[in-house]
Design a protein around this ligand. Structure first.
Ligand code: NCD
Length: 306
Protein backbone atom coordinates (compact mmCIF):
# COMPACT_ATOMS: atom_id res chain seq x y z
CA UNK A 1 0.00 0.00 0.00
CA UNK A 2 1.26 3.46 -0.85
CA UNK A 3 2.02 5.86 1.96
CA UNK A 4 0.68 9.38 1.96
CA UNK A 5 1.23 12.75 3.63
CA UNK A 6 -2.24 14.02 4.40
CA UNK A 7 -2.00 15.72 7.78
CA UNK A 8 0.44 16.76 10.48
CA UNK A 9 -1.51 14.67 12.97
CA UNK A 10 -0.60 11.49 11.04
CA UNK A 11 3.10 12.30 11.42
CA UNK A 12 3.22 12.91 15.15
CA UNK A 13 6.34 14.33 16.81
CA UNK A 14 8.55 11.42 15.68
CA UNK A 15 7.45 11.71 12.06
CA UNK A 16 8.09 15.46 12.13
CA UNK A 17 11.58 15.02 13.57
CA UNK A 18 12.40 12.34 11.02
CA UNK A 19 11.39 14.56 8.08
CA UNK A 20 13.22 17.59 9.51
CA UNK A 21 16.40 15.52 9.87
CA UNK A 22 15.99 14.24 6.30
CA UNK A 23 15.58 17.88 5.18
CA UNK A 24 19.12 18.58 6.46
CA UNK A 25 20.48 16.21 3.77
CA UNK A 26 18.27 17.82 1.14
CA UNK A 27 19.67 21.26 2.08
CA UNK A 28 23.11 19.79 1.58
CA UNK A 29 22.06 18.63 -1.92
CA UNK A 30 20.63 22.11 -2.68
CA UNK A 31 23.99 23.68 -1.86
CA UNK A 32 25.94 21.49 -4.29
CA UNK A 33 27.25 22.95 -7.52
CA UNK A 34 24.80 20.72 -9.37
CA UNK A 35 21.87 20.41 -6.95
CA UNK A 36 20.53 17.14 -8.26
CA UNK A 37 20.64 13.50 -7.16
CA UNK A 38 19.31 10.46 -9.07
CA UNK A 39 17.31 8.87 -6.23
CA UNK A 40 13.85 9.21 -7.80
CA UNK A 41 14.85 8.50 -11.39
CA UNK A 42 11.96 6.80 -13.18
CA UNK A 43 9.35 8.08 -10.72
CA UNK A 44 6.63 10.48 -11.83
CA UNK A 45 5.11 13.19 -9.67
CA UNK A 46 1.99 15.02 -10.82
CA UNK A 47 0.63 18.29 -9.39
CA UNK A 48 -3.12 18.49 -9.34
CA UNK A 49 -4.00 22.03 -8.27
CA UNK A 50 -7.65 23.08 -8.14
CA UNK A 51 -6.66 26.34 -6.43
CA UNK A 52 -4.16 29.05 -7.30
CA UNK A 53 -0.61 28.71 -6.13
CA UNK A 54 2.80 30.18 -6.88
CA UNK A 55 5.14 28.88 -4.21
CA UNK A 56 3.73 25.49 -3.31
CA UNK A 57 3.36 24.29 -6.87
CA UNK A 58 6.78 25.47 -8.07
CA UNK A 59 8.33 24.24 -4.85
CA UNK A 60 7.05 20.67 -5.30
CA UNK A 61 8.10 20.71 -8.94
CA UNK A 62 11.62 21.88 -8.08
CA UNK A 63 11.80 19.40 -5.20
CA UNK A 64 10.89 16.50 -7.51
CA UNK A 65 13.37 17.62 -10.17
CA UNK A 66 16.21 17.84 -7.63
CA UNK A 67 15.64 14.14 -7.00
CA UNK A 68 15.51 13.42 -10.79
CA UNK A 69 11.80 12.49 -10.83
CA UNK A 70 9.69 13.32 -13.88
CA UNK A 71 6.98 15.90 -13.27
CA UNK A 72 3.56 16.50 -14.79
CA UNK A 73 1.45 19.56 -14.27
CA UNK A 74 -2.30 19.54 -14.31
CA UNK A 75 -3.96 22.90 -14.71
CA UNK A 76 -7.69 22.97 -13.99
CA UNK A 77 -8.30 26.01 -16.17
CA UNK A 78 -7.07 24.27 -19.34
CA UNK A 79 -8.31 20.75 -18.55
CA UNK A 80 -11.45 18.68 -19.14
CA UNK A 81 -12.67 19.75 -15.69
CA UNK A 82 -14.02 22.70 -17.68
CA UNK A 83 -16.04 20.17 -19.73
CA UNK A 84 -17.60 18.74 -16.57
CA UNK A 85 -15.26 15.85 -15.78
CA UNK A 86 -15.57 14.75 -12.16
CA UNK A 87 -12.72 14.75 -9.66
CA UNK A 88 -12.77 10.95 -9.53
CA UNK A 89 -12.63 10.50 -13.31
CA UNK A 90 -9.86 13.11 -13.55
CA UNK A 91 -7.79 11.36 -10.89
CA UNK A 92 -8.31 7.87 -12.38
CA UNK A 93 -7.31 9.21 -15.81
CA UNK A 94 -4.13 10.73 -14.45
CA UNK A 95 -3.23 7.59 -12.55
CA UNK A 96 -3.71 5.48 -15.68
CA UNK A 97 -0.75 7.34 -17.21
CA UNK A 98 1.45 5.85 -14.51
CA UNK A 99 2.17 8.25 -11.69
CA UNK A 100 3.85 7.51 -8.38
CA UNK A 101 2.76 10.56 -6.42
CA UNK A 102 -0.12 13.02 -6.69
CA UNK A 103 0.35 16.41 -5.06
CA UNK A 104 -3.12 17.84 -4.58
CA UNK A 105 -4.52 21.24 -3.63
CA UNK A 106 -8.27 21.67 -3.47
CA UNK A 107 -10.77 24.17 -2.09
CA UNK A 108 -12.65 21.50 -0.11
CA UNK A 109 -11.41 19.93 3.09
CA UNK A 110 -10.90 16.17 2.87
CA UNK A 111 -10.29 15.84 -0.89
CA UNK A 112 -6.75 14.41 -0.50
CA UNK A 113 -8.16 11.62 1.71
CA UNK A 114 -10.77 10.85 -0.93
CA UNK A 115 -8.14 10.66 -3.66
CA UNK A 116 -5.95 8.43 -1.50
CA UNK A 117 -8.89 6.01 -1.37
CA UNK A 118 -9.21 5.91 -5.14
CA UNK A 119 -5.60 5.47 -6.26
CA UNK A 120 -2.52 3.35 -5.62
CA UNK A 121 -0.15 6.33 -5.90
CA UNK A 122 1.11 8.28 -2.88
CA UNK A 123 -0.99 11.36 -2.17
CA UNK A 124 0.44 14.55 -0.70
CA UNK A 125 -1.88 17.21 0.67
CA UNK A 126 -0.73 20.62 -0.62
CA UNK A 127 -3.67 22.39 1.04
CA UNK A 128 -7.32 21.32 1.41
CA UNK A 129 -9.75 24.16 2.04
CA UNK A 130 -9.34 25.64 5.53
CA UNK A 131 -8.18 22.32 6.83
CA UNK A 132 -4.49 21.38 6.54
CA UNK A 133 -1.27 22.24 4.73
CA UNK A 134 1.28 19.82 6.21
CA UNK A 135 4.30 20.67 4.06
CA UNK A 136 3.92 24.35 4.97
CA UNK A 137 4.02 23.35 8.65
CA UNK A 138 7.13 21.26 8.02
CA UNK A 139 8.96 24.08 6.28
CA UNK A 140 7.95 26.50 9.03
CA UNK A 141 9.24 24.13 11.72
CA UNK A 142 12.42 23.59 9.76
CA UNK A 143 13.02 27.33 9.42
CA UNK A 144 12.48 27.94 13.14
CA UNK A 145 14.72 25.02 14.04
CA UNK A 146 17.41 26.29 11.66
CA UNK A 147 17.32 29.83 13.11
CA UNK A 148 16.63 29.16 16.81
CA UNK A 149 18.03 25.65 17.30
CA UNK A 150 14.76 24.06 18.39
CA UNK A 151 11.07 24.75 18.95
CA UNK A 152 11.10 23.40 22.50
CA UNK A 153 9.63 26.00 24.91
CA UNK A 154 9.62 28.72 22.25
CA UNK A 155 6.72 31.15 22.19
CA UNK A 156 5.12 31.64 18.79
CA UNK A 157 2.35 34.12 17.96
CA UNK A 158 0.19 33.39 14.91
CA UNK A 159 -1.55 36.59 13.88
CA UNK A 160 -4.43 37.26 11.52
CA UNK A 161 -7.12 35.33 9.71
CA UNK A 162 -6.89 32.10 11.70
CA UNK A 163 -10.47 31.13 10.91
CA UNK A 164 -9.89 30.51 7.21
CA UNK A 165 -6.27 29.38 7.43
CA UNK A 166 -5.15 25.83 6.77
CA UNK A 167 -1.62 27.05 7.49
CA UNK A 168 -2.66 28.03 11.02
CA UNK A 169 -4.29 24.64 11.65
CA UNK A 170 -1.25 22.66 10.50
CA UNK A 171 1.21 25.03 12.20
CA UNK A 172 -0.54 24.90 15.57
CA UNK A 173 -0.39 21.10 15.48
CA UNK A 174 3.23 20.93 14.38
CA UNK A 175 4.58 23.73 16.60
CA UNK A 176 2.96 22.30 19.72
CA UNK A 177 3.99 18.71 18.89
CA UNK A 178 7.57 20.01 18.84
CA UNK A 179 7.20 21.65 22.25
CA UNK A 180 6.41 25.29 21.40
CA UNK A 181 3.72 27.44 23.04
CA UNK A 182 1.35 29.12 20.60
CA UNK A 183 -0.73 32.27 21.06
CA UNK A 184 -3.31 33.12 18.42
CA UNK A 185 -3.82 36.86 17.94
CA UNK A 186 -6.86 37.96 15.93
CA UNK A 187 -10.12 39.84 16.16
CA UNK A 188 -12.91 37.51 17.42
CA UNK A 189 -14.48 37.44 13.93
CA UNK A 190 -11.31 35.91 12.46
CA UNK A 191 -11.02 33.11 15.02
CA UNK A 192 -12.74 29.74 14.54
CA UNK A 193 -16.16 29.63 16.28
CA UNK A 194 -14.78 27.06 18.72
CA UNK A 195 -11.20 26.55 19.82
CA UNK A 196 -12.00 23.47 21.84
CA UNK A 197 -9.12 21.04 21.61
CA UNK A 198 -6.71 23.65 20.22
CA UNK A 199 -3.62 23.67 22.47
CA UNK A 200 -3.29 27.46 22.28
CA UNK A 201 -3.71 30.72 24.18
CA UNK A 202 -5.71 33.55 22.58
CA UNK A 203 -5.10 37.28 22.73
CA UNK A 204 -6.59 40.37 21.12
CA UNK A 205 -3.70 42.59 22.17
CA UNK A 206 -0.87 42.26 19.68
CA UNK A 207 1.39 44.85 21.34
CA UNK A 208 1.64 42.96 24.62
CA UNK A 209 2.17 39.60 22.87
CA UNK A 210 4.94 40.92 20.63
CA UNK A 211 7.14 41.69 23.63
CA UNK A 212 7.21 38.04 24.69
CA UNK A 213 7.54 36.02 21.48
CA UNK A 214 10.41 34.25 19.73
CA UNK A 215 8.49 34.13 16.45
CA UNK A 216 5.69 36.28 15.05
CA UNK A 217 3.89 34.50 12.21
CA UNK A 218 1.63 36.69 10.08
CA UNK A 219 -1.24 35.37 7.96
CA UNK A 220 -2.89 36.81 4.88
CA UNK A 221 -6.53 37.83 4.96
CA UNK A 222 -8.16 34.94 3.03
CA UNK A 223 -10.67 37.13 1.22
CA UNK A 224 -11.50 34.37 -1.25
CA UNK A 225 -12.86 32.24 1.63
CA UNK A 226 -14.77 34.97 3.46
CA UNK A 227 -18.47 35.06 2.72
CA UNK A 228 -19.41 37.97 4.98
CA UNK A 229 -17.91 41.25 6.14
CA UNK A 230 -15.76 40.26 9.09
CA UNK A 231 -13.91 43.54 9.53
CA UNK A 232 -14.97 47.19 9.57
CA UNK A 233 -12.11 47.97 7.15
CA UNK A 234 -8.65 46.75 6.21
CA UNK A 235 -7.24 50.02 7.55
CA UNK A 236 -8.66 49.32 10.96
CA UNK A 237 -7.32 45.76 10.80
CA UNK A 238 -3.83 47.05 10.03
CA UNK A 239 -4.06 49.59 12.86
CA UNK A 240 -4.92 46.88 15.42
CA UNK A 241 -3.32 43.69 14.07
CA UNK A 242 -0.81 44.66 11.39
CA UNK A 243 2.92 44.32 12.02
CA UNK A 244 3.63 47.98 11.36
CA UNK A 245 7.07 49.55 11.52
CA UNK A 246 6.30 51.00 14.97
CA UNK A 247 5.10 47.66 16.32
CA UNK A 248 8.12 45.81 14.96
CA UNK A 249 10.22 47.89 17.40
CA UNK A 250 8.58 46.01 20.28
CA UNK A 251 10.15 42.74 19.15
CA UNK A 252 13.13 41.22 20.94
CA UNK A 253 16.51 41.30 19.17
CA UNK A 254 16.32 37.65 18.06
CA UNK A 255 12.60 37.45 17.29
CA UNK A 256 11.83 36.08 13.83
CA UNK A 257 9.16 37.41 11.47
CA UNK A 258 7.50 34.75 9.30
CA UNK A 259 4.76 34.61 6.67
CA UNK A 260 3.66 31.73 4.41
CA UNK A 261 3.13 34.04 1.42
CA UNK A 262 1.55 35.47 -0.58
CA UNK A 263 1.98 38.68 1.43
CA UNK A 264 -0.25 41.68 1.25
CA UNK A 265 2.34 44.30 2.09
CA UNK A 266 0.76 47.21 3.90
CA UNK A 267 -2.08 45.08 5.32
CA UNK A 268 -0.85 42.34 7.70
CA UNK A 269 2.79 43.38 7.39
CA UNK A 270 4.42 46.71 6.57
CA UNK A 271 6.47 46.65 3.38
CA UNK A 272 9.72 47.55 5.15
CA UNK A 273 9.17 45.06 7.99
CA UNK A 274 8.98 42.22 5.48
CA UNK A 275 12.48 43.18 4.34
CA UNK A 276 14.14 43.46 7.78
CA UNK A 277 17.03 41.04 8.51
CA UNK A 278 14.83 39.34 11.17
CA UNK A 279 12.31 38.45 8.46
CA UNK A 280 12.94 34.88 7.25
CA UNK A 281 10.17 34.83 4.66
CA UNK A 282 12.39 34.07 1.67
CA UNK A 283 14.31 31.50 3.72
CA UNK A 284 10.97 29.77 4.31
CA UNK A 285 10.57 29.51 0.53
CA UNK A 286 14.08 28.08 0.03
CA UNK A 287 13.57 25.58 2.86
CA UNK A 288 10.22 24.63 1.36
CA UNK A 289 11.95 23.00 -1.60
CA UNK A 290 14.23 20.93 0.65
CA UNK A 291 11.35 19.91 2.91
CA UNK A 292 9.30 18.76 -0.08
CA UNK A 293 12.27 16.81 -1.44
CA UNK A 294 12.45 15.10 1.94
CA UNK A 295 8.74 14.25 1.80
CA UNK A 296 8.97 12.89 -1.76
CA UNK A 297 12.04 10.88 -0.87
CA UNK A 298 10.39 9.46 2.24
CA UNK A 299 7.31 8.40 0.26
CA UNK A 300 8.91 7.24 -2.99
CA UNK A 301 12.61 6.62 -2.42
CA UNK A 302 14.49 3.81 -0.87
CA UNK A 303 18.19 4.40 -1.46
CA UNK A 304 20.31 6.99 0.38
CA UNK A 305 21.12 10.27 -1.43
CA UNK A 306 24.59 10.16 -2.97
C1 NCD B 1 -0.97 29.62 1.82
C2 NCD B 1 -2.04 28.71 1.29
O1 NCD B 1 -2.33 28.68 0.10
O2 NCD B 1 -2.58 28.01 2.12
N1 NCD B 1 0.07 29.88 0.94
C3 NCD B 1 1.04 28.95 0.77
O3 NCD B 1 0.80 27.79 0.51
N2 NCD B 1 2.31 29.37 0.94
C4 NCD B 1 -1.47 30.80 2.54
C5 NCD B 1 -2.30 31.83 1.79
O4 NCD B 1 -2.78 31.61 0.69
O5 NCD B 1 -2.49 32.90 2.38
Amino acid sequence: MASHLLSVADLGADGLHELLDLTDSMIEVAERRIPKVPVLRGKTVVSLFYEDSTRTRLSFETAAKRLSADTMNFSVSTSSVKKGESLRDTVITIEAMGVDAIVVRHGSAGVPWQIADWVDASVINAGDGWHEHPTQALLDCYTIREKLGSLQDRHIAIVGDIKHSRVARSDVLAFTLLGAHVTLVAPPTLLPPSLEGWPVAVSHDLDSVLKTVDVVYLLRMQKERQTEALLPSLREYTALYGLTRERARLLGDDTLVMHPGPMNRGVEIAAEVADLPRSVITRQVANGVAVRSAVLFKLLGSEPTS
